[in-house]
Every structure is written in C-alpha cells, then in structure tokens.
Design a protein around this ligand. Sequence first.
Ligand SMILES: [Fe+2]
Ligand SMILES: [Fe+2]
Length: 294
Amino acid sequence: MNTAVAHAEAIVPRENLDFGLGNDLPRYWFKGNPYKTRYLDALQMGFPDGERYFITSVRAFRDGITDPAMQEDVRNFMRQEGQHGMTHTRYNRMLQAQGLPVDNVVREMKRILDADTERFSPEFNLAATAGFEHFTAMLAEAFFARASVTAGSDPHVVAMFAWHAIEEMEHKSVAYDVMQKVAKVGYWKRAGAMLFATWRMASRSYVTTDVLLRADGYGFWSRLGLHLRYFPWVYGPRRGIFGSLAPKLLAYFKPGFHPQQLPNIHNYPAWVEAYERTGDPLIASEALLAAAHR
Ligand SMILES: [Fe+2]
Ligand SMILES: [Fe+2]
C-alpha cells in the first residue's frame, strides 16, 4: 500500500445546493429495491445528529488550536457538516411524509449520541468522530468509484449522496489531525474508538433498517429473509458496501496511519470541475458517474 501522504483536497463549503428533491421521490429510489433503499435511508437518517456530534466533538478542542491552517480547516469542516445536517434533515422530512417513523428514529439517535457525549471523555468522543469520518470518506469510494453501484437509482437522491461524499473526502483528515495534534490521543484510544464506531455504525444501520421495513409493511419473517439475502450486499468481501472496505478499515489500525495516505477516488476531480462550471449538483453527479469505472 502507498504510504506517502497524498496531496490534500481543498475543503470547500458549498451552501444551499438544490438537488431537485420533491414529492415525486420514488418510494424505493435505490434501483427500485426496498431493502437497499431502506438500508441507505437508515444510514443517512442518523446523519443530522451524527454531524452535530462530530461538530461538538471537534469544537471541544477548538480553543487549543494555534495553527491558522488548522483553524481554517476546522471552520470549513464545520460549515460543510452543518450543510450536510440541514440537507439530510430536509430529506428525512420527505421520508416522514412517506409514513416512515423518522421522528422516533431521530429521537433515539439523538438520545444515544447525547449519552455518548456525556459519558465518554472529550478525547474519546473526538477519536470516535475521527473513526466515523474515516467511514464516511470510505463510503464515498464504495458508492461512487464504480458507476454500476448506483445505476438505475433516482438521480436526485444520488446527487445528494454524491455531494456529501465529495465533501467527506475533502475534510477526511480534519478531525483526525485535531485528535492527534491538539487532543494528543494515543494509539490505543484511537483504535478502541474505531472499534466502537464500527460496531455502532453496523448495529444501528440494521436496527433502523428493520424499523423502516416494518413501517413499509414487511412482517418479521420477510424482514429476516431480506436481512439474510442482502447480507452479502453489505458485507460481501469484494462488492459489499462495508465488506469491500475491509482493507482500508484495517489500515486505520496501523500505528502510523493518516487519512491522507489513502487516495481519494479517481473521479473526484470530475465532480469538482462540473460543479465549478455549472453550480448544478445534478450535472456534477452525472460527471462523477460518467468518469467512474464501469
Ligand atoms: Fe457530513
Ligand atoms: Fe464528515
């Protein structure tokens, strides 16, 4: 694996993007597939409170940051995460209108994250944030490096995820740098927090997916059948959303790891170029996918 520190992307906060998401959102927007759609809806349902948790965790160390470049990165990181939170809240309202129990899920998520903030040290919360951020940056790769992953899905929702993925790649090392250089978190706390983040992400996505499928009318046995059937889609070693990321997840546990050691997806510049040219996140998303591997 290439261990040279790659050139970091500029962290560009982009505000009030219009994805054209309206009431005509197809119920099963991801390839018309109920399970995959609800799995991704579940994953993103925790984003607004997750982003708030990330911001709170980083903000706890803000006063200790003396490097102006890092101060600037943190400011841009917070602006990006703030926009992500607002956009996913709007999307969650659309899901609520479809009859999904979004309020309950979000309330539970908030309760869990507030409890984490309360019960763990600021250092551990920041280390968990750095771990979650490694995931969000990796998910960008799982979804957008190959065009076939999202082919046949609603372009508006895909464009929302694409924009979020792009910005996650841009700010992927901000929380990590604050954790190492300002909070001085050592190896074992970083590794332990990553195990915690992995377990939290994996378990919550199943719990919430199950709640959403039940609201869609799937009974216990059909839901169990779906969870088993799509287990490889999530955890398959070659093509699974999380499974395919295993080597990059393991890399995080190397003592000398830094997020910039892992290159961003090859088609990242295509999104940035198209967005700068048109200001349209749908066109940028199309450009990202046109430049993706087949
Ligand atoms: Fe985000
Ligand atoms: Fe992030």
